[in-house]
Design a protein around this ligand. Structure first.
Ligand code: SF4
Length: 111
């Protein structure tokens, strides 16, 4: 499968997973395309579409928490930001993703 068709397949699958959680793909199409492409590269290298924005630690339990879409593992944090850590997904009512800062759980008082 080439990169473009894998990106499309991930997009299709992710949409079905994130929508019931109240998220959607960022309306920033260029950003979404870039991040999906990074995930396809990570999947080609590791066999799993890991998060492009979080470090792989080679600790299975922790690494499974950064397999995209990792929203269920970081629900409180991402709901507070209205976006996932990378910004690939945002809350469904978000129209201006640039207005949503990337804040750590600690900065948000969640740790
Ligand atoms: S932060 Fe976003 S892009 Fe990264 S794995 Fe989680 S849901 Fe996917």
């Amino acid at each position: 499968m080439n990169t473009e068709s894998r990106k499309q397949a991930l997009r299709h699958f992710y949409t079905r997973v994130v929508e019931p959680m109240g998220f959607k793909f960022t309306p920033d199409a260029e950003m979404a395309d870039f991040l999906l492409e990074q995930e396809v590269k990570l999947e080609a290298r590791h066999g799993i579409p890991f998060c492009p924005c979080q470090p792989i630690r080679h600790d299975r339990a922790r690494d499974m928490q950064i397999v995209c879409p990792c929203i269920p593992f970081h629900r409180k944090h991402f709901d507070a930001m209205q976006r996932c850590w990378c910004g690939l997904f945002v809350h469904q009512d978000v129209t201006d993703p640039d207005s949503l800062p990337q804040l750590s759980a600690k900065e948000l008082g969640l740790e």
